[in-house]
Write a protein of this length. Structure first.
Length: 292
């Protein structure tokens, strides 16, 4: 369309040059032939590694996915992006880790060296994944809905519209994580008090979940006997549970109401009320449900 609308030959040539530059930029890698040594070396390295460890290879032999199982039986993938200078230069590596994965590489190395470093990294993260797997399996995790292996946070349901968000250090998973409580003040304040009172009882020798139970002096709702709907109610303004990836995390402080809201919904609602007031970044106003 741009070429058809050109008024003269000069304009046509300028537009054609622009279009070709954009096209070449988008397909630049396709026009760089790789030397035969690249393919022979790569195939040899894959045979040494073992094809049973290969999950995927693209048709151009530039992207490879390798699979591995850690000592707990968890399945993992590492994606390798190879450039034309392999093995002089190492492949780019993509992993689902909560910490950076830096590859040690020499020109004489091969794929099996990366694979062994990948296995060693998996074992170093074993206790971190053990701790979060227990939480995922024995409690109701409200967020993230489908956690990846790189996710370090969990928002765990404690009761009706009461939850705790924990941030686990992947390098020290048995230490006390950062804890942030969400819910009405009259339910959250006692939990904060218990955590501060019992913090010295934290025992690195027992699991993260068991430590949380003992410090908070409470048990978490079980996935066996309760449904998510038993303690995860919809927002009282938009009548939805999930809004743009967020869930209701603001709760009315009145014990008789306890209606949850999305922070964005509540902020928009309160800003439209003449009775609301704002102090710094905090808005104060009446609950849309009980007017208190």
């Amino acid at each position: 369309q741009r070429l058809h609308s050109c008024p003269d030959l000069v304009s046509f040539m300028v537009e054609l040059k622009t279009v070709l530059e954009i096209a070449l930029k988008n397909t630049q890698d396709l026009h760089i032939p790789r030397p035969p040594e690249y393919y022979s070396c790569l195939v040899r390295d894959l045979e040494i590694l073992g094809w049973n460890r290969v999950a995927y290879v693209d048709t151009g032999l530039t992207t490879i996915k390798l699979k591995a199982e850690d000592s707990r039986g968890r399945q993992h993938l590492i994606t390798l992006k190879l450039n034309a200078k392999y093995p002089t230069e190492p492949p780019g590596c993509l992993v689902d880790f909560p910490v950076p994965f830096a590859v040690s590489w020499m020109p004489q190395n091969s794929l099996i060296d990366i694979y062994n470093q990948f296995l060693a990294a998996l074992e170093s993260l074993k206790e971190f994944w053990d701790a979060l797997d227990e939480i995922d399996g024995k409690t109701w995790v409200l967020e993230p809905e489908n956690p990846t292996r790189s996710a370090t946070t969990r928002r765990i349901a404690i009761g009706n519209n009461v939850s705790v968000n924990i941030e686990v250090d992947p390098r020290h998973p048995n230490m006390l994580p950062e804890c942030y409580f969400l819910g009405a003040d009259h339910e959250v304040n006692p939990l904060r008090t218990k955590l501060n009172k019992n913090m010295h009882l934290w025992d690195p020798g027992i699991s993260l979940l068991q430590n949380l139970r003992e410090l908070l002096e409470t048990d978490f709702p079980s996935r066996v006997v309760l449904e998510k709907s038993d303690f995860a109610r919809d927002c009282g303004i938009c009548y939805a549970y999930r809004l743009g990836g967020s869930v209701p995390d603001q709760v009315c402080d009145d014990p008789r109401c306890r209606q949850p809201f999305h922070q964005a919904c509540l902020s928009e609602w309160l800003q439209g009320l003449p009775t609301s007031r704002q102090s710094f970044n905090v808005i104060f106003g009446e609950c849309p449900y009980c007017n208190k």
